[in-house]
Ligand binder design. Structure first.
Ligand code: DAK
Length: 261
């Protein structure tokens, strides 16, 4: 059963155990206005709290993912104004989303739009997808994690190229660089991302959460700290009903049914 909930700048389709969020300002190529960001992060916080939702797809629709922050909104702002608005903090419900989050990207994912995709856990790209950080053309640099997440994902040199030339990379190149999981025909991107979300939603949700946390930990901690944290999560999972169910289901040759308990 699909429930569609009304926001002005995004669409939310709730289809437990998955949900799909669609950025919805097509006239300005889904430019990320403060209102859109507010709606998106509010919806994400609600989905994070909803026990019936186990994985989420984030897309911009068939032609464009998002062409970045709203340039019209930023053009005449000052530094202190930007600091006070704390847009980085506002992305916390996305960067800190505890459930698997899959970006389904068609067309442009530029600037803040690309950074939104990079904050997701998996990226499915339609053949038309273009990923880039063109901020340099506007006299700024990425401000929502681009300068950090690109090099952590692909290393220094191509990241420098992306930041310094502002030229977008194609879906195929992004795949070769390892920032994209799969390149698929554009009309299939969202459907395949939803299928992947459903597959993941069948897994024990606490194990999925711990796996996500552990992989993200690898990005910002030394190896010994990451390994210690992984081990603690591993032990913790032995306190869950899902671990008992998963192992007994295997031994009894049946499919496990997981409750997130
Ligand atoms: N903002 C506002 N409007 C935009 C837009 C944007 N980012 N991108 C496109 N549009 C609007 C265009 O102005 C145009 O509007 P109308 O003229 O029809 O009224 C409409 O969308 C269609 O765009 P085009 O006519 O340009 O379409 P084309 O197919 O010819 O070109 C394009 C598509 C994506 C190549 C082009 O639109 C483009 O270059 N767009 C700008 C891309 C860009 O520079 N993106 C980076 C923005 S800066 C922060 C953290 C992060 C950020 C900011 C703050 N804090 C922590 C505070 C992020 C910054 C950015 O993302």
């Amino acid at each position: 059963m699909i429930a569609a909930m009304g926001y002005e700048h995004i669409l939310l389709e709730l289809e437990p155990p998955i949900a799909t969020l669609t950025l919805n300002r097509p006239k300005v190529l889904n430019a990320l206005s403060p209102e859109l960001i507010r709606e998106l992060t509010t919806a994400l916080a609600e989905l994070d709290a909803d026990e019936n939702v186990r994985a989420v797809v984030l897309t911009g629709g068939p032609k464009v993912f998002a062409a970045g922050a709203d340039i019209g909104d930023m053009a005449d702002r000052g530094a202190v104004d930007q600091l006070r608005r704390d847009q980085t903090g506002r992305w916390a419900p996305l960067a800190g989303f505890s459930k698997p989050l899959i970006a389904a990207v068609n067309g442009y994912a530029l600037g803040g739009g690309c950074e939104v995709a990079l904050m997701c856990d998996l990226i499915l790209a339609g053949e038309t997808a273009r990923f880039g950080q063109p901020e340099i053309n506007l006299g700024i640099i990425p401000g929502a994690g681009g300068t950090q997440r690109w090099p952590r994902s692909i290393g220094k040199y191509v990241a420098m190229e992306v930041m310094l030339t502002g030229a977008p990379v194609t879906a195929q190149r992004a795949y070769e660089l390892g920032v994209v999981n799969k390149v698929v025909p554009a009309e299939m991107t969202v459907g395949l991302a939803q299928r992947m979300a459903r597959q993941i939603a069948e897994k024990p949700p606490l194990a999925a959460r711990m796996a996500k946390e552990a992989v993200l930990k690898a990005f910002d901690s030394p190896l010994t700290e990451g390994l210690a944290s992984e081990r603690k999560s591993f032990y913790f999972l032995f306190a869950t009903e899902d671990q008992k169910e998963g192992m007994h289901a295997f031994l009894e040759k049946r499919k496990g049914v997981f409750k997130g308990r």
